[in-house]
Design a protein around this ligand. Structure first.
Ligand SMILES: [Zn+2]
Length: 368
């Protein structure tokens, strides 16, 4: 299995510069993560039932065990984030505004515009026929209106005081290939790009592509091998990121993103080429068990991403899936990330922290 992945990366392209000097000025003058530091992050989802007191206790617990930063999902609700951010900051934690970006389940504004939703090659809109799971409500990244809507949410979060970054999640297309370890769950085989999972073939995407390239993706016998069609879609995701980066920086904030394990793999699975983005920090979700890999794959994927980011201004912090690991493996996972050049480790998610796993963070942090 491993050899396959090694083969896949033989052709890895060299990374390209993505600095944007004029935007840097707006950001506080400081290093993102000092060389000697290794940052510990945790993803958490806000809950309406939770009291301020309970949040404070949770944040205190993280800080005491060595966590430096919380990524809070408020479903892009800036008001709620503005209430929670000071509670975390008071406990000494950095706050990052975690949002669902292109996949927008439960988005009341978007729901008023069925045409904003992505359409598969077999003509099904995620508005009423989402692929895989009912929360897959992907928007079309090409349409002006859906893109503006996404960016307005980024702006709302970027304006919240006490927030360090806007953190883009689901910043990609819907999975053309699911992680191999998840296929049995959906009783699926995916040996090629299947029409049901291939997006976006809405009339705006097709028309814009045809205007540029004088060919219609609907006519392709095998769309997977048309490089312009692939690149068109990679560029659509990049365009959203690069604009979000400007918005974040104009508001004195960083832009961070949760991404697939390493660039070539992200490109292959979800049309996400994150080594070419304007982004301050990426947190690749190196969830080895989803891919039927072993713990040491965290080191492999981290090292690949770090190498692909050489020459850019983007830092890599490894995303680690807590439920898959016992305390001993968690320690190994952190060391694999650190030894392969990550600047930090982010844990999914806060609810999966047992007292034993929190103690691992504390001991690893103080050991170095
Ligand atoms: Zn479209």
């Amino acid at each position: 299995m491993k050899y396959l992945y090694y083969l896949l990366v033989v052709f890895a392209a060299s990374s390209c510069l993505n600095s944007s000097a004029q935007d840097e000025k707006a950001v506080k003058e400081k290093n993102k993560t000092e060389n000697s530091d290794f940052k510990y992050w945790v993803w958490i989802t806000a809950s309406p039932e939770k009291s301020d007191q309970e949040y404070t206790e949770e944040f205190k617990k993280y800080k005491q065990h060595g966590i430096d930063a919380v990524l809070i999902n408020t479903e892009a609700d800036a008001e709620l984030l503005a209430e929670l951010a000071p509670l975390a900051k008071n406990e000494g934690l950095e706050v990052h505004a975690w949002m669902f970006t292109v996949n927008r389940p439960g988005d009341k504004v978007a729901e008023k515009h069925p045409e904003w939703y992505a359409v598969s090659r077999d003509g099904k809109s995620t508005y009423d026929q989402p692929p895989y799971v009912d929360y897959y409500k992907w928007l079309c990244p090409t349409r002006e209106a859906s893109k503006d809507h996404i960016l307005s949410l980024v702006e709302g979060l970027a304006k919240v005081e006490d927030v360090e970054s806007v953190h883009l999640d689901y910043i990609r297309y819907s999975d053309i290939f699911l992680p191999i370890g998840l296929l049995p769950k959906y009783d699926l085989e995916q040996n090629e790009e299947l029409p049901r999972y291939d997006f976006c073939y809405c009339e705006v995407c097709v028309a814009e592509f045809e205007k540029q390239h004088h060919k219609n993706p609907m006519d392709f016998e095998n769309p997977a091998i048309d490089m312009e069609w692939k690149q068109f879609r990679l560029n659509k995701v990049k365009a959203i990121v690069d604009e979000a980066y400007k918005i974040a920086h104009d508001n004195g904030k960083y832009l961070t993103a949760a991404v697939f394990p390493y660039p070539e793999m992200a490109d292959h699975m979800v049309r996400q080429r994150w080594d070419k983005w304007d982004v301050d920090m990426v947190l690749p979700m190196i969830y080895y068990n989803f891919y039927n890999e072993e713990v040491d794959w965290i080191g492999y994927a981290t090292g690949q991403g770090v190498k692909d980011l050489e020459g850019t201004n983007t830092e890599l912090h490894t995303g680690i899936y807590l439920p898959a690991l016992n305390p001993k493996e968690l320690k190994q996972a952190i060391n694999y990330a650190r030894d392969n050049g990550a600047k930090g480790a982010a844990f999914f998610d806060g609810g999966a922290f047992t007292p034993e796993k929190l103690e691992v963070i504390e001991s690893v942090k103080h050991a170095k």
